[in-house]
Ligand binder design. Structure first.
Ligand code: CP
Length: 309
């Protein structure tokens, strides 16, 4: 197979196993490109991409922009904080105004779940979801699986626990879909209040004891508590959360085996992860960020190939 089964990347839910394999194979090529002295290819000289960020981002925004520039695409950036959205303009009007400037592809982060799906039905451009509320963050899940594959050889058969605020996490849902498609076993671990009620229906194991979860897994993906999506208190105090669900070096050293630690960022050092773990050889956090550029180059390149047909 040499093309994706989809015209947009709206969520991992819409991909199949072959799509993921094709994205990884293409990312392998681009990873080699970005390690060359000249890190750029002319592949997308005829493509214009708009990055629309209606919610804060550091890694995803910079990573997409770098990926687009490495592919030689023309890039425009939009941030809602400085835009006419503040004057009452709708999402569709905003995007259609941008598209009238002959934009081929839109990368969008938005606080509302389903914003990307909605947009894909109303505008003529290829849409990439860069995170929609607590729903999906597909490129994050792809770069996470790609990083596991790089570190452990393959994703199939690996045991991965996602720890923390599962309830408010788009990273968790996209990772569950992506890992299961590739044949990994997935567990979620966190306080009961931060685990969605029917999460087991997704075929994941559920654990509230962090030590048990870490003893089970090959990889632990540590999530941040998403205070910005919380209107009530889900646990008594940050100190108590850290005591029960934070990883530290002493805890990792007391396990039967050495596990791999991941984090999508941004990290809250001293809350879900201590600095001595985040900066240790067991953590592949900066590898994840580096792989994000190659993965996003692959996704953009493969979707742009479909526009050109
Ligand atoms: N991992 C992630 O999405 O980070 P940003 O919010 O900084 O983009």
């Amino acid at each position: 197979m040499s093309e994706l089964s989809v015209n947009h990347l709206l969520g991992i839910k819409y991909l199949n196993k072959q799509d993921i394999e094709l994205i990884f194979k293409t990312a392998d090529h681009f990873k080699e490109v970005i390690n060359r002295p000249i890190k750029k290819v002319p592949s997308l000289r005829d493509i214009t991409i708009a990055n629309l960020f209606f919610e804060n981002s550091t890694r995803t925004k910079l990573s997409f922009e770098l990926a687009e520039k490495r592919l030689s695409a023309d890039v425009i950036n939009f941030s809602s904080a400085q835009s006419s959205v503040k004057k009452g303009e709708t999402l569709i009007d905003t995007v259609n105004n941008i598209l009238s400037m002959k934009v081929d592809m839109v990368v969008m982060r938005h606080p509302n779940p389903g914003a990307g799906v909605f947009l894909s039905k109303h505008v003529k451009a290829s849409i990439i979801n860069a995170g929609d509320g607590a729903h999906e963050h597909p490129t994050q899940a792809l770069l996470d699986s790609y990083s596991i594959r790089e570190k452990l050889g393959e994703v199939k058969g690996k045991k991965v626990v996602i720890v923390g605020d599962i309830l408010h996490s788009r990273v968790a849902l996209s990772n569950i879909y992506a890992l299961q498609l590739q044949g990994a076993e997935v567990m979620v671990c966190g306080p009961k209040t931060l685990l969605p009620k029917y999460i087991d229906k997704l075929g994941v194991k559920v654990e509230t004891n962090l030590r048990k979860a870490l003893n089970w897994c090959d990889v632990a993906n540590m999530l941040r508590v998403q205070n910005e999506r919380m209107e009530i208190n889900y646990f008594p105090s940050t100190r108590e959360y850290t005591q029960q669900f934070g990883v530290n070096k002493a805890l990792l050293d007391s396990l039967d085996k050495e596990i791999t630690i991941m984090h999508p960022g941004p990290i809250n050092r001293g809350v879900e992860i201590t600095s001595d773990v985040a900066d240790s050889k067991q953590a592949i956090i900066l590898d994840q960020v580096q792989n994000g550029v190659a993965i996003r180059m692959a996704v953009i390149y493969l979707l742009a190939s479909k526009i050109k047909q």
